[in-house]
Design a protein around this ligand. Structure first.
Ligand SMILES: O=P(O)(O)OC[C@H]1O[C@H](OP(=O)(O)OP(=O)(O)O)[C@H](O)[C@@H]1O
Ligand SMILES: Nc1ncnc2[nH]cnc12
Length: 170
């Protein structure tokens, strides 16, 4: 399977200068979707972990199926004001703006080993924010897995020392 062939590139979305990597064309192709989750499962099989975190919204689309496929727990990382119980939050920069993410305070227990899963690594802000919240709650991030990585944005430089893998690179 060549996953790159299944990802649609939209130039100028959401603003000029951005080449948007659209995964809806992966999700609507059952073989490409299955291949993506199977590859994430293979990558994550190298580590022992308790819980998968997925950032809203596209992290849900890959993180929840991976949790089902690996028989692990899933924790949603959400945009502000969406989670009903007590939360912690962290603000971060995006390729096109800034945002803030939140998780429930009781989503991670001290000593939990977690992996973070998302569709795409760009500047690394989303994942760094997620890491900060996991570590504040006493969890350990043992793997970070993506469908794709935009290497020209150097997201990895914010994530030195972490175990990061992606299926494909641009
Ligand atoms: O590495 P970064 O620079 O942080 O960018 C990557 C993040 O950006 C996208 O999500 P977005 O915030 O656009 O939200 P969405 O999933 O709700 O579309 C993508 O799904 C990643 O979560
Ligand atoms: N170029 C891009 N395509 C899709 N999602 C993104 N999130 C941040 N940068 C992106």
């Amino acid at each position: 399977m060549n996953l790159k062939d299944k990802i649609r590139n939209i130039e100028g979305f959401p603003k000029e200068g951005i080449g948007f990597k659209d995964i809806t064309t992966v999700l609507k192709d059952k073989d490409a979707f299955k291949y993506s989750i199977d590859e994430l499962k293979k990558m994550s099989s190298e580590v022992e972990f308790d819980t998968i975190l997925g950032p809203e919204a596209r992290g849900f689309l890959v993180g929840a199926p991976l949790a089902y496929a690996t028989n692990k727990a899933f924790v949603p990382v959400r945009k502000p004001g969406k989670l009903p119980a007590e939360t912690i939050s962290y603000e971060y920069d995006l390729e096109y703006g800034t945002d803030k993410l939140e998780i429930h305070k009781d989503a991670i227990n001290k000593g939990d080993k977690v992996i973070i899963v998302d569709d795409l690594l760009a500047t690394g802000g989303t994942v760094l924010s997620t890491i900060k919240m996991v570590e504040e709650l006493g969890g350990e991030v043992v793997g970070i897995y993506f469908l794709m990585e935009l290497t020209f944005l150097n997201g990895r430089k914010h994530l030195e020392g972490y175990n990061i893998k992606s299926i494909i690179e641009y």
